[in-house]
Design a protein. Structure first.
Length: 195
């Protein structure tokens, strides 16, 4: 036999010692990316639904329940007054806290060209026992503040989850700023209609 016959055959496609590694299948290399794209939204949804929302609800319910308990024990006073929009404003309260009620506040929503409006009634509560007197003295200013806050809202703002909580905060801040001191603590909506 010849020397060529005894030599082993050289591999046809041997990779070079420093060359690139052979490629794996397409689906197997995309598996981690696919898992990440599916798992990230699922984990986010679970965190929001089962962790964040229960905590937020607990924080919002505790002050509301405490205020509701105070109002349940308070003696209501007579309603009085009115504003140019045809609604009534009144005061309710007692020894544990005072409140002032805005009824039938109607504003056009921003960005709707006057075709959509918001009608709401709400109660403003505070620790100041003279909240009725302060609100009556400053009725034009506070009504203007209310209309400015409400008419700056868009339909998209009202469709967002938690929009009423944002409006509450804006109203309380606006009232306290307009009066120059902390008078309003919370706003409770009794009527909230978007038409």
């Amino acid at each position: 036999m010849s020397a060529k016959a005894d030599a082993p055959a050289a591999p046809a496609a041997a990779p070079a010692a420093g060359g690139p590694a052979p490629k794996k299948g397409g689906a197997a290399s995309m598996l981690p990316l696919i898992i990440a794209l599916v798992a990230a939204p699922a984990v986010t949804y679970a965190m929001v639904e089962f962790v964040l929302l229960p905590r937020l609800k607990a924080q919002l319910v505790a002050p509301a329940a405490a205020a509701a308990g105070e109002e349940a024990h308070a003696e209501p006073a007579a309603e009085s007054g009115g504003h140019g929009g045809g609604g009534k404003e009144g005061e309710k309260g007692g020894a544990s806290g005072a409140s002032y009620e805005f009824q039938n506040v109607v504003v056009n929503l921003a960005g709707t060209m006057g075709t959509r409006y918001l009608k709401c009634s709400f109660l403003v509560t505070g620790t100041n026992p003279n909240i009725k007197g302060l609100f009556e003295e400053n009725k034009p200013r506070l009504m203007d503040v209310t209309l400015n806050v409400m008419s700056a809202l868009t339909l998209a703002d009202l469709e967002e989850p938690g929009s009423k909580n944002i409006i509450r905060e804006k109203l309380v801040t606006a009232y306290n700023t307009a009066l120059g001191k902390k008078v309003a603590d919370q706003v409770y909506f009794s009527d909230f209609v978007v038409q």
